[in-house]
Design a protein around this ligand. Sequence first.
Ligand SMILES: [Ca+2]
Ligand SMILES: [Ca+2]
Ligand SMILES: [Ca+2]
Ligand SMILES: [Ca+2]
Length: 354
Amino acid sequence: MKIPINKLTKLLKSIPQWSTTMTVTVCLYILFIMVVLSISFPLKSHKTKVETIVNERANGIADLDNDANGLGQNEQKLLQRARDLSTANNRTDILRDAFQKADLDGDALLSLQELARYINRRIREHIDASIRNNPILFSEIDQSPRNGLITWDEYYVYFLKSLGYDDAFIRQVDRKRNSNLDRKTKELLMRDKALWNEAARSDSYTLTLDEFLAFKHPESSAANLLSLVDDLLRQFDEDGDDHLTMDEFSNVVADDLDDKWRQYMIEKNTFQRQEEFKRLIDKNHDGVADRSELLSYVSPKHPRHALQEAAILFNIADRNKDQRLSLRELEEAGNVFMASRMINSAQTFHDDFR
Ligand SMILES: [Ca+2]
Ligand SMILES: [Ca+2]
Ligand SMILES: [Ca+2]
Ligand SMILES: [Ca+2]
């Protein structure tokens, strides 16, 4: 989608300056400031809307028209995921358990830092587990022949088996047309086929062990992260010296909004991008970001992802605006938390790291 430059300039100019009080508050936590600056808080007038959302719900969140409300895009995405989620029977138990684990000081309330720290831990656990389990799953699928490569056919059989189809049924399925499969299964197969084609770098018919990791867990794949760093350099490294200066990083021209880095960057103003560069990217403070600094920045283990997710959850669920989440507030927006990285650390990353 292309947005006219003049509209964007207007949009950027309309972003209000932060008040001193606000700045003092956010300074309490240095990483928090970065994320808060980069996230659109809902305006006061949206409170009623948010209250309506959490009041009238069938599955933990209520309907919300996508156009005329002030919640940010990230909040909208999470709300949509929450809507798509069917409500788990043991939701209350899951939420209570996570709440207790996240509540480090045991005051029965979650601060933004507590929530972010917990989410970061969940993300790290998810990534470590997916890397650990990758060879095991790989050799389970690599059966015919067992040659260190997984073909689409091998994956197809494994996938249907994992959904409970038996061998006799699987043998007679027309694999081109996916005949006799229900609509949901067909959709999942088509999605996987598309992801497969993206991950199969060397040969489109087979996946190596590393490619299989990128296929199942793009956020855990080192090759994927390195290519994100390449993208970042290609977009912003103007003098081509393989390093980003603060100017290269922060003076973004909005000429290519199809690029996801530019989309991401344009959501922030120059000051915010400079702060992000100084505080989150240039770790050794030598004024340039090298590849290893950029790699740590794009990694899902970087705390900024957890902080951003925590801030989104606060925007949606902190109804009394006391900057704390109670268990009740969690339960009232139940499916939002279930769909978030607080509980579902795996699925939600898959969209971001393709
Ligand atoms: Ca607490
Ligand atoms: Ca450069
Ligand atoms: Ca540096
Ligand atoms: Ca609260």
